[in-house]
Ligand binder design. Structure first.
Ligand SMILES: Nc1ncnc2c1ncn2[C@@H]1O[C@H](COP(=O)(O)OP(=O)(O)OP(=O)(O)O)[C@@H](O)[C@H]1O
Length: 604
């Protein structure tokens, strides 16, 4: 027996008639005529289905939500509604051909960014083009989240999403942003650019103001770094690239993925596998940027997660016993140094302006709780003492210098010197190895695209045709370049032949698109990402002396070659305090980082 909604005769109130299992038809009236017609149709269709009529197939189609129909009326293509209905709800799309593309200005993990002219008002904009046809549903979901986050934010120091555009012909969505001439990483890398203390204060104040707005609106950015801080010619800094951002509620903390934030700016708790975290992750990155601007070079340019953590411990001290007990982090047993490291932030940055140190100390607290909030950081003496932050409008105007331009310029310089041939070409933009870069500041590793796994495989006894153990550090970048670094234990009298089988798991692309099951923020329980011991790589040379000299000059950069990746000394010995790197383990599960690797060695 079917059931339909009925209207109570006389009273006009609708109520379910399911109780009596009886269909009652209300008397037709002007007020409910349409509803009655609809119910009649439904009843007829149900009867038809029972009799096996052909209309039954039509009836099986799921009913489309009203928002879907409303959006379709607004001109959204059905494929986009299906993929990201919530994110675009209430907006009317622009046509892509109402913009004139002028130049490609950036490239991201899943997008190309173009400088374009709005043909309606002549305004110059940035169009972030996202192609849907070759994106997996997961990636689309994260793109939709980026739009939702951007739509929630409205602040002078947060890049505003001005609209969306679609093209009829291609499966693409364009995010329309105001055009920004520079990014902080590109600007800092320019030769001849030296920021004064007042200018650094101006930039950091704007960064913290933007972060304060994000955090107050329940948004964590999770990828704060120089290339995501865009600047216009009026000196306004805007936080951009919310591709890794997430909503969070400090009062109802949900597990989230720890595989976020670009390595050099990633806080220790994430490296240790924390899944419950908060605003502290962005504040740590802000602290790294502040120190980087003052030093003129990245302060902790690690190449692997292990090395990154090592650098953090060496500068900021290793966590206290209370910390390990308080947080019980998943990777604690792997990374806990046998002997503690002493904190030496003040000593390392002794040449920094006096009032910058308390702020850096606080932002670079090992314990995220010690980092406070963006609001508290804005109240720090750094901003209330002389020299005061300069006005954005008083900042110098620079020719365009975004990271991509820098890479292209450097590649051209290398080509001129006849050194080309080693870098890979990615969609027109050639990648430049860190050690080949000129200029003092080095752009950070690209986005979060680096998946790093130091894999220690099970040691098998050498015997005929047996597999020999090895330690493999694998670096996968989404540019497509895969680099393997093999550390092979000395095998006396063995001829080693190897077969390396790699299988990238395109389903869990990267930290950029953490698999949904790893990010509670999109409604899935989280799993810790590093389920295998990571080993510390070679100990790095410690961060050199700070280059800021507040006595002699207000300029902050006097270094020649950049520190970090390009000038880092390599030592062959590991720090004895850290976990050994050639420990062999059982039960290794490489798929947790999206790459499957097998090594087979044959001994004689
Ligand atoms: N509004 C803008 N104005 C000028 N340039 C921009 C703008 N938005 C983005 N860009 C440039 O495009 C680059 C890529 O943009 P964005 O970081 O948003 O893309 P993404 O796909 O999220 O990148 P990633 O994978 O690096 O995180 C930026 O580094 C920047 O140089």
């Amino acid at each position: 027996m079917g059931c339909v909604l009925g209207t109570e005769s006389g009273g006009g109130r609708r109520r379910s008639r399911r109780r009596r299992g009886k269909v009652e038809e209300p008397p037709p009236s002007a007020a409910n005529a349409v509803e009655v017609r609809v119910r009649k149709d439904a009843t007829e269709r149900q009867r038809t289905r029972r009799t096996g009529d052909v209309l039954a197939t039509e009836h099986r189609k799921p009913r489309l939500p009203d928002s879907f129909l409303a959006n379709q009326q607004q001109g959204w293509p059905p494929w986009l509604l299906a993929a990201a209905g919530d994110a675009i709800q209430g907006w009317t799309p622009r046509r892509a051909n109402s913009f004139e593309r002028l130049a490609k200005i950036g490239q991201g993990t899943y997008s190309n960014v173009y400088k374009a002219r709005d043909l309606i008002n002549g305004k110059i904009v940035a169009l972030k083009k996202v192609r849907f046809d070759n994106l997996e549903p997961e990636s689309v979901k994260f793109m939709a989240r980026e739009i939702l986050v951007l739509r929630k934010l409205d602040h002078p120091n947060v890049l505003k999403l001005e609209g969306l555009a679609t093209s009829r012909m291609s499966c693409s969505l364009y995010l329309v942003f105001e055009y920004m001439e520079h990014d902080l990483a590109g600007l800092a890398a320019r030769s001849g650019v030296k920021f004064t203390e007042a200018q650094i204060k101006c930039y950091i104040k704007q960064l913290l103001s933007g972060l304060e707005h994000c955090h107050n609106n329940g948004v964590l950015h999770r990828d704060i770094k120089g290339s995501n801080l865009l600047l216009n010619n009026e000196g306004i800094l805007k936080i951009a690239d919310f591709g890794l951002a997430t909503f969070y509620d400090p009062n109802h903390k949900q597990p989230m993925t720890s595989r976020v934030v670009t390595l050099w700016y990633r806080p220790p708790e994430l490296l240790l596998g924390a899944t419950i975290y908060g605003v502290g992750v962005d504040l740590w990155s802000a602290g790294c940027i502040l120190a980087e601007l003052l030093a003129g070079k990245p302060i902790m340019p690690g190449r692997t997660e292990v090395e990154q953590l090592h650098k953090i411990f060496k500068l900021c001290g290793s966590p206290s016993e209370e910390y390990w007990k308080k947080y019980r982090l998943p990777n604690a047993t792997l990374f806990k140094p046998q002997q503690p490291y002493k904190r030496c932030v003040a000593e390392t940055f002794k040449d920094f302006p006096l009032h910058s140190l308390p702020l850096i100390e606080s932002l670079l607290s090992i314990d995220a709780d010690g980092r406070g909030t963006a609001t508290a950081a804005l109240e720090s003496e750094f901003f209330t003492t002389e020299p005061y932050p300069c006005e954005p409008s008083s900042l110098p105007k620079y020719p365009p210098s975004k990271e991509l331009d820098v890479k292209l310029r450097e590649e051209e310089a290398r080509r001129q010197r006849g050194l080309t041939g080693k870098s890979s070409v990615v969609d027109g933009a050639k990648k430049v190895k860190a050690r080949d870069r000129v200029g003092r500041a080095i752009p950070a590793p690209e986005a979060n695209a680096e998946i790093q796994a130091n894999l220690d495989l099970e040691h098998l006894k050498p015997s005929q045709n047996s597999a020999l153990s090895c330690s493999l550090a694998c670096h996968l970048r989404f540019s497509g370049a895969v680099k393997f670094e093999l550390r092979i234990p000395r095998m006396q009298g063995s001829i080693v032949r190897w077969r390396v089988v790699t299988q990238t798991n395109t389903k869990s692309k990267s930290e950029k698109f953490p698999p949904p099951h790893q990010d509670g923020a999109v409604g899935h329980p989280q799993e810790t990402s590093n389920k295998f011991p990571l080993s510390f790589g070679p100990a790095d040379a410690s961060f050199g002396s700070a280059v800021f000299n507040s006595r002699s000059s207000v300029s902050v950069k006097s270094m020649g070659a950049a520190g970090g990746a390009s000038s880092r000394k390599k030592t062959s010995r590991e720090d004895p305090r850290m976990a050994p790197s050639h420990k062999f383990i059982r039960g290794f599960k490489p798929s947790s980082v999206g790459i499957s690797t097998n090594l087979f060695f044959k001994s004689k």
